[in-house]
Design a protein around this ligand. Structure first.
Ligand code: ZN
Length: 339
């Protein structure tokens, strides 16, 4: 709200202008910051609350002292950005944050092992530091919200975003709202049990989890196991030292039979798990993101094929889209938390 005074015909006139009024009667400010805290870098973005990303940048995640520098480093970076852009806190709607760990509805972080954080209320602490409104949620949920707002899930209100990276995660949005669960663990689909005979241990301590077969690390593990179990089968993967999931997809494209079996098996395992998820949530769309989604349309079509094979009839037609915001999904979704 801006206020202008002028003197006319012996009377002071006060003109009050409102540019954007929310339903609550409160004015939506023009700018907002979205922050995505990762284990090695923190991504920050300055947005217009209408949805445009004006600038984004990264700072390193300093984990010393149990991550006690992190919020101060963020504040330093935000203060610098506000100075550079001539903004004061009265121009900024607030700060949205994606956190790599479980976050309760009131902003309580329930430990972030990879940042060294214990239990504390991050919304209150950031508000103390910034004087601005702060909203925080789990990073996978926040990325899903970002894709729903401005990415591959745009136009939908019931979406499950599946992230295929080092692990397998997901963010669930139903009726436009994040599904968090009582401990913030809703959407931990990477730890759905898919093989109770598995002997190797998952990162979570249990055995036979989805991400042991379908994450970037998981498909490399399965490929190595296959090559070991079938030593006479020829494969171009045998010529690549320490091959990665990217190598497997490249050899898949070049026609390597073993790579085709590995990719096909991973897509079948994912499609089957997603058919199970649909029996519970019945989303309109699955949005597939994460590093492995760079394999693109081939991956989506294969997963969708197996999904349809296993899905309950009423959920067969769920759409499959690629995520479009890449590493920016988190900062978009963080801002959407505020709106
Ligand atoms: Zn697990």
């Amino acid at each position: 709200m801006s206020r202008q005074n002028h003197y006319d015909a012996g009377v002071w006139h006060i003109i009050i202008e409102c540019d954007m009024v929310m339903n609550t009667g409160e004015k939506m400010k023009k700018y907002a910051y979205g922050i995505d805290i990762g284990g090695t870098a923190i991504k920050l973005g300055l947005f217009e609350t209408s949805g445009s990303l004006l600038s984004s940048w990264e700072i390193p995640t300093r984990k010393e002292g149990n991550g006690s520098c992190i919020l101060h480093d963020i504040m330093k970076s935000l203060n610098l950005s506000m100075k550079e852009n001539n903004l004061s806190s009265s121009d900024v709607e607030g700060i949205g944050m994606g956190i790599p760990g479980p976050v309760g509805k009131d902003g309580t972080v329930y430990k972030c092992v990879n940042l060294g954080w214990d239990v504390f209320n991050i919304e209150e602490e950031m508000h103390q530091l910034s004087g601005m409104r702060v909203k925080a949620a789990n990073d996978a949920n926040v990325a899903a919200l970002g894709e729903m707002w401005q990415g591959g899930g745009r136009g939908y209100e019931d979406i499950v975003m599946v992230t295929l990276g080092t692990g397998v995660g997901s963010g669930i949005i139903i009726n436009g709202q994040i599904v968090n669960g009582i401990n913030g663990a809703a959407g931990e689909i990477g730890h759905i049990l898919v093989d109770s005979d598995e002997k190797e241990v998952c990162g979570c301590g249990k055995k036979g989890c989805l991400e042991q077969y379908t994450s970037a690390r998981g498909i490399v593990r399965i490929a190595r196991r296959y090559l070991h179990d079938y030593p006479t089968v020829k494969s171009s993967l045998r010529d690549i030292d320490n091959f990665t999931s990217k190598d497997i997809f490249e050899q898949y494209d070049k026609g390597d039979i073993v790579s085709q079996v590995i990719v096909d098996t991973a897509c079948e395992t994912l499609g089957r798990a997603m058919a199970t998820i649909s029996c519970v949530l019945n989303p309109e769309v699955f949005v597939i993101g994460g590093g492995m989604s760079k394999a693109g349309q081939v991956l989506i079509e294969k997963i969708a094929y197996y999904y349809k094979k296993y899905a309950f009839h009423a959920t067969e037609d769920t759409a499959f889209h690629l995520a479009t915001l890449g590493n920016n999904a988190g900062i978009y979704g963080a801002v959407k938390l505020l709106l």
